[in-house]
Design a protein. Structure first.
Lengths: 250, 268, 401
């Protein structure tokens, strides 16, 4: 065995110093709670839990404003939390008299939800802002805590304008909506609680369009026995625009 | 979590104790005003309240969010409330949650947009006659079961809690942005104020106190649902039971915990 | 100076299609282009050096020590772009002390430390120890003390000790080759392991990075060797240069084949991201990828190299052609890094739109900073060459046992 090379000893010294320095630094620099609950600083969890709350939740509102909350709970807006319109309530809860939450009274706010947008789900109440009583504040007719139409609409087109406009350009223009949709009178005031009917079967259309139907002569006729007998009519014909066949004008 | 038939005595005791803890936490909410005030009083909780939080046991919960696509009206209330609740910078480049509009046109073309995250509404951009179908999709951090962001964080500044929420330690994050690159959903951004990564936390500071996340709180149509998958009475369990659900980018095996009901195949 | 908001606002105007709202800010900019570029140069220069030591390519002896010192100078700078790009540079120590073992990036601390401390510094030390001692013996003043200190005050230049140095250097080189592969392959893995990003996510990326690293390292040593030798008014060893060019050509061919393979594979598999990626390549990356990286940075210099290597032109012309080709290749490799790093962020992860990248001039991530970082290794190399001139041979003999 030859003597141990001097180089190795020379190198070991600085390496040991560096590694020792790093170990000492590690002791000081790694946070004490690191690794207690996993590979992270455990204290961070508590910090995340104790961030300030701004939206206090409906229950906090109900504690003082129980009348309004109760009224709203029975209305179409029962799912709309107070803070949707009035903004985060933490400041108001902290000092109720000093910080009054805003109450949007202008025409700009309600259309955030209720202006017509074709991407919105069908059945959601929407208005065209430019034609719907322009210039009038929404709250002059509607109570936001119990929103219902202020008076019964005269015509179906007041709410179902899109369909009404389509039907205007169709041969069905003179067929009143109620011929096909039996509509309870309550539907006008409580549209979603009382829903109109829709035709149930192909025989319904056949009442006018079958070969032997008792109807005006100029109405187009089909043989109910051979014409698309396995389908219901509106799979191919859109009743509000019946000349449209399978999506394309014939 | 199924209730086992042979409940050992020890387990039994733990559950009893746990129930007691939960009852203790729930108490302030029942008692209402004063307690809520206490939670919101200062910028941070005082020691007494912090101690109360210690009673919270993350391993007893597993949080998830559900989104009913057909209920979303694209009002943007969620994105707006989120920015307020979590001090997200107001500029249109930083979102913890946002709403996308999908318009699928007749000529095999899909238009997606999210102007200012949907906060300012969605102006009409296409001819209605060209649209086959259209809908809104709220997006947020998916709180993945296999989070790629946690996997790539070099220092352990982003982590998964036992209740399934991915959090960021803004005092430890070095701002390397690797997590932002690794997130397939674009859910993360670099907060220009703190210079650290930031994203949705399911409003962790709220949910540990039994409250709903701010976006769920303000959703006017209940398109967003939040709940605890480990609780039998959770609205999330009902959602999972009653609907066909889908998650975003399932092929990446991130296993998201934001479940979409009636999600269109076009959504990416 | 444009504020961040103004920059993002103007980027927002130029977005085409749909990108997630958080994607408007491009998170990895110029500095992260420079980082893999520099580590690539380190790995490449080291692998070149190892050719002489391990594989006994004798023609390359004039560049051996030079390549080692080049690698060392660039390695000192390699972590700086990363550091400068962090949101909190002062917290960077966390990567050493609490590394998250599942993170590719956390390995950086260890890979870097290993490569610097266990490979390059050790090899340079064993390589120069004998000379340091002998130089110190015939010097006076400050430089004598610097050389003595660098030799860690060892004085043993017996034949036995010198033999040990040589053996140690050889062993370290053998360890160093896989380490160099690790260093740059790992940088590739940082990108290749991101499954969310189809432009990056590829098993070939680490290998492509490695091949391009070797290309860039050889080209860099060729450029520096030519310049430094001319500056010293010495004669360039044409045999060495020819051999360098041969290796450079092989490396370019391997690198290019791998990249083409990756490209064809993507095109053939045609996954859901293919539409947006081809849109990006045809528009946003056309100049930097097709023209600068492929045509000017790979095909043209490769043709040049072969043509001039086997032509009978006078030496000066050949040298010039080699030099220009190497410069073009270096530009091409920089574009490779650019296309990977910036390209990977130009398309939305929704695969529905493209964004833009505007380079800042000033600022922490701007061009000026980047130029400074690119110039720094050359300054360090200048100093290192002053202290450890690789060509200086001591007139004193080695001690006899």
């Amino acid at each position: 065995m030859k003597r141990f090379p001097n180089q190795i000893i020379r190198l070991i010294i600085p390496f040991v110093i560096i590694i020792a320095g790093l170990l000492i630094a590690k002791k000081f620099l790694v946070p004490a709670s690191f690794g207690k609950l996993g590979h992270f600083r455990a204290d961070a969890l508590g910090e995340a839990m104790s961030k300030p709350i701004h939206y206090v939740g409906q229950q906090a509102c109900a504690d003082c404003h129980d009348e309004i909350v109760k009224k709203k709970a029975a209305s179409y807006h029962k799912g709309v939390a107070c803070e949707v319109c009035h903004g985060p309530g933490s400041a108001h809860v902290d000092s109720p008299t000093e910080n009054k939450p805003p109450a949007p009274r202008d025409r700009g706010f309600c259309p955030v939800c209720h202006s017509y947008n074709p991407s919105r789900p069908t059945g959601f109440p929407q208005i065209v802002t430019v034609t719907h009583n322009p210039g009038k504040a929404c709250i002059s007719c509607h109570n936001a805590h119990d929103p219902v139409p202020p008076h019964a609409p005269e015509q179906c087109g007041a709410c179902h304008g899109d369909i009404a406009r389509t039907k205007m350009a169709s041969p069905h223009v003179d067929v009143p909506c109620t011929v096909c949709h039996e509509t309870p009178t309550e539907h006008r005031m409580n549209p979603r609680m009382y829903v109109p009917t829709i035709p149930a079967n192909r025989e319904f259309c056949g009442k006018c369009h079958a070969k032997d139907a008792q109807s005006a002569k100029e109405i187009p006729r089909i043989d109910m026995g051979t014409h698309g007998e396995r389908y219901v009519c509106w799979e191919c014909h859109y009743p509000h625009l019946p000349q449209v066949y399978n999506g394309a004008a014939k | 979590m199924k209730i086992s038939e042979n409940l050992s005595r020890r387990e039994f005791m733990t559950r009893i104790l746990d129930f007691a803890k939960k009852a203790l936490i729930a108490l302030p909410f029942v008692s209402g005003f004063g307690a809520v005030k206490a939670f919101t009083g200062g910028a941070f909780l005082k020691t007494a309240e912090a101690k109360e939080l210690v009673a919270y046991d993350p391993s007893q919960h597993l949080y998830a969010m559900g989104v009913y696509i057909d209920r979303c009206i694209g009002c943007g209330m969620c994105a707006r409330a989120c920015k307020k609740e979590n001090n997200v910078p107001q500029e249109p480049f930083y979102f913890r949650t946002w709403v996308e509009r999908y318009q699928i046109l007749k000529e095999d073309k899909t238009i997606v947009d999210s102007p200012n995250g949907g906060i300012d509404g969605f102006p009409e951009t296409t001819n209605k006659a060209d649209v086959l179908r259209s809908f809104f999709v709220p997006k947020l951090c998916n709180q993945c079961k296999n989070p790629p962001c946690v996997q790539v964080c070099p220092v352990g500044a982003t982590y998964k809690t036992k209740d399934g929420v991915i959090l960021i330690d803004d005092k430890y994050c070095i701002g390397c942005r690797y997590c932002i690159q690794a997130c397939p959903y674009g859910a993360r951004y670099l907060n220009p104020v703190t210079k650290t990564a930031d994203k949705c936390t399911f409003c962790y500071h709220r949910v540990v106190k039994g409250m709903k996340p701010a976006c769920v709180e303000v959703c006017p149509t209940q398109a967003r649902v939040f709940g605890d998958l480990k609780s039998e009475s959770s609205p999330m369990v009902r959602l999972e039971r009653m609907n066909k659900i889908r998650v975003l980018k399932p092929d990446l095996n991130t296993e998201p915990k934001v479940y979409y009901v009636d999600l269109d195949g076009e959504v990416s | 100076m444009e504020s961040l908001n103004e920059r993002l606002m103007s980027a927002l105007q130029q977005v085409s299609g749909y990108i997630y709202p958080n994607e408007i800010e491009l998170h990895w900019s110029l500095l992260i282009v420079i980082y893999p570029f520099i580590t690539g140069l380190v790995a490449g220069a080291f692998i070149l050096a190892s050719l002489e030591k391990v594989f006994n390519v004798k023609e390359l002896t004039p560049t051996y020590r030079f390549a080692l010192l080049t690698a060392l100078s660039f390695l000192f700078v390699a972590p700086l772009p990363l550091l400068a790009h962090l949101g909190h540079p002062l917290r960077s120590y966390e990567i050493f002390f609490t590394p998250n073992l599942s993170s590719a990036m956390a390995a950086f601390g260890f890979v870097y430390a290993w490569y610097l401390m266990a490979v390059l510094l050790l090899e340079v030390w064993f390589e120069f120890r004998k000379d340091l001692i002998l130089w110190a013996r015939e010097e006076r003043g400050l430089i004598k003390w610097i050389h003595r200190a660098l030799a860690l005050f060892s004085t043993d230049v017996s034949e036995e000790a010198v033999r040990f140095d040589e053996k140690a250097a050889k062993i370290i080189t053998v360890i160093g080759i896989p380490s160099a592969f690790l260093l740059h392959g790992y940088v590739g893995f940082i990108f290749g392991s991101i499954k969310a990003n189809p432009w990056w996510s590829s098993v070939l990326i680490p290998i492509v990075f490695l091949a391009s690293a070797i290309v860039s390292g050889i080209a860099l040593v060729l450029i520096l060797y030519t310049i430094v030798t001319l500056l010293r008014s010495e004669k360039i060893d044409m045999k060495c240069l020819d051999r360098l060019v041969e290796f450079l050509f092989y490396a370019v061919i391997i690198d290019f084949s791998l990249e083409v393979l990756d490209f064809i594979h993507r095109l053939y598999q045609s996954e859901d991201s293919i539409k947006i990626l081809s849109q990006m390549v045809c528009n946003k990356l056309f100049v930097s990828l097709v023209i600068m990286q492929v045509l000017l940075g790979t095909v043209l210099p490769a043709i040049f190299l072969v043509f001039f290597r086997y032509s009978r032109f006078p030496e000066e012309l050949r040298r010039l052609a080699y030099f220009i080709s190497a410069l073009l290749i270096e530009m091409g490799i920089f574009c490779t890094r650019w296309n990977v790093v910036i390209g990977g962020q130009l398309f939305s992860k929704s695969f529905r739109g493209l964004t833009v990248f505007k380079v800042e001039i000033t600022g922490f991530e701007g061009i000026l900073m980047s130029l400074a970082l690119l110039a720094l290794p050359f300054i360090i190399l200048f100093v290192v060459l002053k202290i450890l001139p690789p060509w200086r041979i001591s007139s004193l003999p080695v001690d006899k046992n």
